[in-house]
Design a protein around this ligand. Structure first.
Ligand code: MLT
Length: 264
């Protein structure tokens, strides 16, 4: 499926039937990173590719985190969903916070996966702009090389070689334009700390115990700030806890969704 929003073109896929759940992928990935989640039953999985990633054409102009959030809302409109569960992995979480800031009433629940609410430090921001220059000059190879080792644990790289190859291939499929736009959008993203106490929908936070990009301390801080939030820390998982520990991740999400259904 295709949609235009804020001069960006989005490709997305829908799978399954049940409660609508939008899965927002992280950087530099695509909706394919959720392929081990689409077996979760009772869910209408909505799987957008951010512009310049997966099947979505690259953006022709700078993008703000809020533009991505508006795109997700436009996809929900097109699919006829006034509300949905919104799940965001890392950068996808930054987008989920922007969506909550724009239209909290459209969230039925929130799933925050290996992400954080705080903005970049000045050092991290400067590093993003160095990376942008490197991508403009030499392409996305250096981004893949520097991030790959933090995505899944060395044990999983050994025990699940097919999964490891798949993660790398998904990372390598990102376009330079999409990569530059996302790095710039992340560098300029606002602090969402003040938003957390305003989140009143059921919230599940999941993090890999060995996540070095958004470590469990970030997840603990978000849990403390969001009333009633649940936290699952998955052992033997790094940044892509949903991919690396898919069975445990899926059981955790299924149980969360079942409990929300019962509350209705
Ligand atoms: C991601 O996984 O989306 C990125 O690591 C997030 C970031 O670079 O801040």
């Amino acid at each position: 499926m295709r949609i235009e929003s804020a001069a960006l073109t989005w490709d997305y896929r829908v799978a399954g039937e049940g409660r609508p759940l939008v899965w927002i992928h992280g950087f530099p990935l695509s909706a394919a990173i959720w392929e081990r989640q689409t077996t979760i039953p009772g869910v209408r999985h909505i799987l957008p590719d951010l512009p310049g990633f997966g099947e979505s054409p690259a953006p022709g102009q700078p993008v703000q985190i809020e533009d991505y959030a508006r795109g997700i809302l436009a996809i929900m409109d097109q699919e006829g969903h006034q509300t949905a569960v919104v799940a965001g992995l890392s950068m996808g979480g930054y987008i989920a916070f922007a969506l909550a800031g724009l239209a909290m009433e459209r969230l039925s629940a929130l799933i925050l996966v290996d992400t954080r609410e705080t903005p970049d430090t000045p050092e991290a921001r400067a590093k993003r702009y160095e990376t942008i220059e490197a991508v403009r000059k030499d392409g996305t190879g250096a981004v893949v090389d520097s991030m790959y080792g933090k995505m899944i644990t060395p044990e999983s790289q050994k025990d699940d070689p097919e999964g490891a190859v798949r993660v790398r291939a998904i990372m390598e499929s990102a376009t330079p334009e999409g990569t530059v736009a996302a790095l710039d959008a992340m560098a300029r993203r606002p602090d969402s700390s003040d938003l957390l106490p305003r989140i009143e929908v059921p919230t599940l936070i999941v993090v890999g115990r060995e996540d070095a990009i958004t470590p469990p301390a970030d997840a603990e801080r978000m849990r403390a700030a969001i009333a009633g939030a649940e936290l699952a820390i998955l052992d033997r998982a790094a940044h892509l806890s949903n991919f690396e520990r898919a069975d445990e991740f899926n059981r955790t999400v299924s149980s969360f969704i079942e409990r929300i259904q019962q509350r209705r």
